[in-house]
Design a protein around this ligand. Structure first.
Ligand code: HSE
Length: 433
């Protein structure tokens, strides 16, 4: 059968990894896909002579690849929002299938892109956009298709997890670890996307859509980063039997869908608490299967290329299939997407870790516990170390409560004259059904 021709746009970390895997495993890939996959064009803005392209001409015009009549599938690996969107829409307009690793573009422009692809009868495959080499899109969209998904929680940013792990294990400084993650090719072009949770929110948005069959709604996700986590909080969490992880959490509730990324205390014994370094993991609870866990490298050249190439093979296998009978982009038939609302973070429910600086005086704790009690907030544990100082840190763990009630309680606690400064608040999740 005639080989399928792909055009690679973007030759950075993932692009060069894709080139390598496609070349090295060409025979094995053809045995699996049923046809050879050949690279017909490569386009990149910055030509790097150190990358061996096997004699394939490189152009600087990515849009020429999307118009090239010889190309069947365009692989978008340039990243970013707008140019990538333009490129993908042009490829679709020209009747080409698309494979992308771009979570930002899918999370923000995915609804428009999938509608265009649907109208044209082409596929847009995006496995590499979430958790690098872990086949999580395929697992949810196909492997778990029998289930009603109840919730999912994931470590879906390798850079953030690498930073949290190094800070905890080696006491390294935040900036130093971030620099290493950048040198290793894990971090985003703008590393604030990693540490402030934006990258994780892009990925969570995609996961929630295919889990519940809802349109992509990145603008409604709640995002909180790890840059304010202090070594003290890491230490107190350990004392209480927890570990702090930067999690993306999405839960189906009676009122709607929770969609939130924030540092979270989880029990030390939880499998997710033991996912270290740049590794990613996603825990999913389905009504039929129960909990399943997916673990692996979430970033880097060849792990991400592994997902890009698998998508290429999926597209190749279905080239001759009737578009109506392909796996839908967002797992559910486009006409069957639901309008379940995304909840405001104030409507979500969590346990809380609180750390406050209190004046060492009788009755201060009584005031704090009275306020919590009045809001219906149950305290699970308190740590207050013996001190000869005039001030003392007080650490509390609470049971699950609606965030609105916690916010009201914190406003009153922070107004107490004997509580100094802001109360540190980190959500707690036991990852139980
Ligand atoms: N910057 C991302 C991460 C790369 O650190 O996980 C993969 O999306």
């Amino acid at each position: 059968m005639k080989p399928v021709k792909v055009g690679i746009c973007g030759l950075g970390t993932v692009g060069s990894g894709t080139l390598k895997v496609l070349t090295r495993n060409a025979d094995e890939i053809a045995r699996r896909a049923g046809r050879r996959i050949e690279i017909g064009a490569i386009a990149t803005r910055r030509i790097n002579p150190a990358i061996d392209t096997n004699g394939i001409q490189i152009t600087q015009d990515i849009f020429a690849v999307a118009r090239d009549p010889e190309i069947d599938i365009v692989v978008e690996l340039i990243g970013g929002y707008d140019t990538a969107r333009e490129l993908v829409l042009l490829a679709i307009e020209n009747g080409k299938h698309v494979v992308t690793a771009n979570k930002a573009m899918i999370a923000v422009h995915g609804n428009e892109i999938f509608a265009a692809a649907q109208a044209k009868g082409v596929m847009v495959a995006f496995e590499a956009s979430v958790a690098g080499g872990i086949p999580i899109i395929k697992a949810i969209r196909e492997g778990l298709a029998a289930n009603q998904i109840n919730w999912l929680a994931g470590i879906i940013n390798g850079t953030g997890n690498f930073i949290m792990t190094e800070m905890r294990d080696k006491g390294r400084a935040f900036a130093d670890v971030l620099q290493e993650a950048q040198a290793l090719g894990y971090a985003e072009a703008d590393p604030t996307f990693d540490v402030e949770g934006i990258d994780a929110a892009h990925k969570l948005t995609i996961l929630a859509s295919i889990a519940y069959g809802i349109p992509l709604q990145f603008d409604k996700s709640y995002t909180e980063g790890i840059s304010k986590i202090t070594p003290e909080d890491v230490k107190y969490a350990e004392e209480l039997g927890y570990r702090i992880k930067h999690l993306g959490i999405s839960r189906r509730t009676a009122k709607g869908i929770e969609l939130r990324v924030h540092p979270t205390l989880i029990p030390k014994s939880a499998l997710l608490a033991n996912v270290n370094g740049v590794m990613n993991a996603i825990l999913i609870s389905g009504d039929a299967v129960g909990q399943t866990l997916y673990y692996g490298p979430g970033a880097g050249a060849e792990p991400t290329a592994s997902a890009v190439v698998a998508d290429l093979m999926d597209v190749v296998r279905t080239l001759t299939a009737d578009p109506e009978n392909r796996v839908p982009h967002l797992a559910f038939q486009p006409s069957a997407l639901s309008d379940l609302p995304i909840l405001n973070v104030e409507e979500t429910v969590s346990g809380y870790y609180l750390r406050m600086q209190a004046v060492e005086r009788p009755g201060v704790l009584a005031h704090v516990t009275r306020i919590l009690g009045e809001k219906g907030i149950n305290i699970e544990a308190i740590i207050q170390q013996e001190t000869k100082e005039a001030q003392v840190p007080v650490i509390m763990l609470t049971q699950r409560v609606e965030e609105r009630m916690m916010n009201e309680a914190l406003r009153e606690i922070e107004a107490l004259p004997d509580i100094l400064g802001e109360v540190v608040r980190i959500r707690v999740d036991h990852l139980a059904d």
